[in-house]
Design a protein around this ligand. Structure first.
Ligand SMILES: Nc1nc2c(ncn2[C@@H]2O[C@H](COP(=O)(O)OP(=O)(O)OP(=O)(O)O)[C@@H](O)[C@H]2O)c(=O)[nH]1
Ligand SMILES: [Mg+2]
Length: 431
């Protein structure tokens, strides 16, 4: 794909580590949006300019560079206010894209399912609404219209019309989203009823979540159709996919879900729009919190992940920290993590999604977690209750010991709710 050449601008306000990391991430975002950053301009200021974000001298420098190279797009590594956006695009005669808008563009291109499409459209319209004025001046200038003053009346009417149109669209999308959310709730209930433990992959974007899901599917030689999209690019995944993993060797099947990754400074419009997708995580029994060990920023990325999990109400779910891409690190070891929020009881595993043995180990660790939350017992299920037997055989890790006079004797690990439901069938020793 032909990459559009762009210029990147960063304002260095205080923390220099955050500044470098943010600029680097912005370049990766640009790449994910099909752009190539050919030049980066930075400026250190004690305070940003309310009207222009950066200083006028810097704006002139950039404008000169644009004129010289013929580049027409400038990225800003921050969210710009509507006024800053309007002023900057006016002064530089260029297309100005801020961090929020860039992420919105990527999401818009990637969204596939109806829900994701609705969510992205919702976020885009929310973003556009307060910025209509600037966009119109931009359009006017591109069309070569001069004398903005004389056109003002007509322009304002047009903006008012557009505003109403957008508000109407937002309203329609909201209705659509409500319908989708209901469908999602129904699906969730079905999954809960299936009795299978729910395991969720979460983590910073590009950590390897989808790769882990695919590797597990491959390990059980599933057809390729079930595979999800994985790629070295920010926000490869935007939708939630749930797959049943049946790992064999007497291990318990579970449902594994893969979802959109986190990033620092995720635009609030997007967080709001993707709320229901993100909140799915809340219903997991176990979280696999995936990090890219080969990313020098993995600690701060992990902080973002933990903060996001807290925000969506998934902070208390039992979890396993998965330090992935160990094959890309010279001396991989489970890092003695000092990230605030990691608890001593949290499990850790260092691994590579590209190594089938590591995937097997990961499955074993998941099984341990599933089982540790279950109660070991022996039951005798009366032959008259065939439903109980088949349900336990599929949803719990149990084995048949014997066929006695009164029923089937089984031994295994039961979920707490199954345990109380079938308490009447417990053998003497266990009850
Ligand atoms: N070398 C190596 N590469 C890996 C490993 N795991 C994942 N990758 C690569 O890392 C890139 C990102 O992987 P994904 O699985 O798409 O990452 P993700 O966490 O799903 O990312 P988003 O969907 O964008 O949030 C891909 O190019 C993978 O091939 C690993 O253990 N080792
Ligand atoms: Mg993914």
């Amino acid at each position: 794909m032909e990459h559009k050449q762009v210029v990147l601008v960063g304002l260095h306000l205080n923390d220099s580590r955050d500044f470098d990391r943010s600029l680097k991430e912005m370049k990766a975002l640009a790449e994910a949006a099909g752009m190539e950053v050919v030049e980066t301009f930075t400026q250190a200021l004690p305070k940003m300019s309310a009207g222009y974000y950066i200083g006028t001298g810097k704006i002139e420098e950039i404008t000169a560079y644009l004129a010289m190279t013929g580049i027409g797009t400038v990225l800003f590594d921050s969210q710009l206010s509507p006024i800053q956006l309007r002023n900057l695009s006016g002064k530089m005669s260029a297309e100005v894209i801020d961090r929020t808008n860039l992420i919105l563009q990527i999401f818009s291109e990637r969204a596939r399912t109806r829900e994701a499409r609705l969510q992205v459209d919702y976020a885009r319209l929310q973003y556009a609404l307060p910025r209509l004025v600037g966009m119109h001046e931009e359009l006017g200038r591109q069309g070569g219209t001069s004398g903005a003053m004389s056109n003002r009346g007509a322009g304002e009417t047009k903006i008012e019309l557009d505003r109403r149109k957008i508000e109407h669209q937002i309203h329609e999308i909201k209705k659509g989203l409500e319908t989708v959310e209901k469908e999602r709730a129904t699906q969730r209930r079905q999954r809960m009823n299936s009795g299978l433990p729910r395991v969720s992959l979460v983590g910073y974007t590009n950590a390897g979540k989808s790769t882990i899901l695919n590797a597990m599917l491959k390990s059980m030689s599933e057809d390729e159709e079930k595979q999800v999209f994985e790629k070295d690019m920010l926000f490869a995944t935007l939708d939630t996919s749930v797959r049943k993993i049946d790992p064999g060797r007497d291990r318990l099947p579970f449902l594994l879900s893969d979802t959109v990754g986190f990033i620092s400074n995720l635009p609030t419009t997007l967080v709001k729009a993707f709320r229901s997708t993100l909140e799915e995580t809340k219903y997991a029994d176990i979280l696999l919190i995936v990090s890219d060990l080969s990313d020098p920023e993995y600690r701060s990325n992990l902080e973002v992940t933990l903060k996001t999990l807290d925000e969506i109400g998934a902070g208390e779910i039992p979890r396993l920290f998965v330090f992935n891409k160990a094959d890309r690190v010279e001396f991989p070891r489970s890092p003695a993590i000092s990230v605030p929020g990691i608890r001593s009881e949290d499990g850790r595993i260092t691994m590579s999604a590209k190594n089938p043995r590591d995937i097997e180990n990961l499955i074993d660790r998941i099984e341990e977690m599933i089982n540790s939350r279950r109660l070991e017992c022996t039951l005798v299920i009366p032959y008259s209750d065939g439903g109980a037997l088949s349900s336990l055989l599929t949803s719990s890790k149990v084995e048949i010991l014997d066929y006695t006079e009164i029923g089937t004797k089984i031994h295994g690990f039961l979920k707490a709710d199954d345990y109380s439901r079938y308490a009447g069938y417990l053998t003497e020793a266990d009850s």
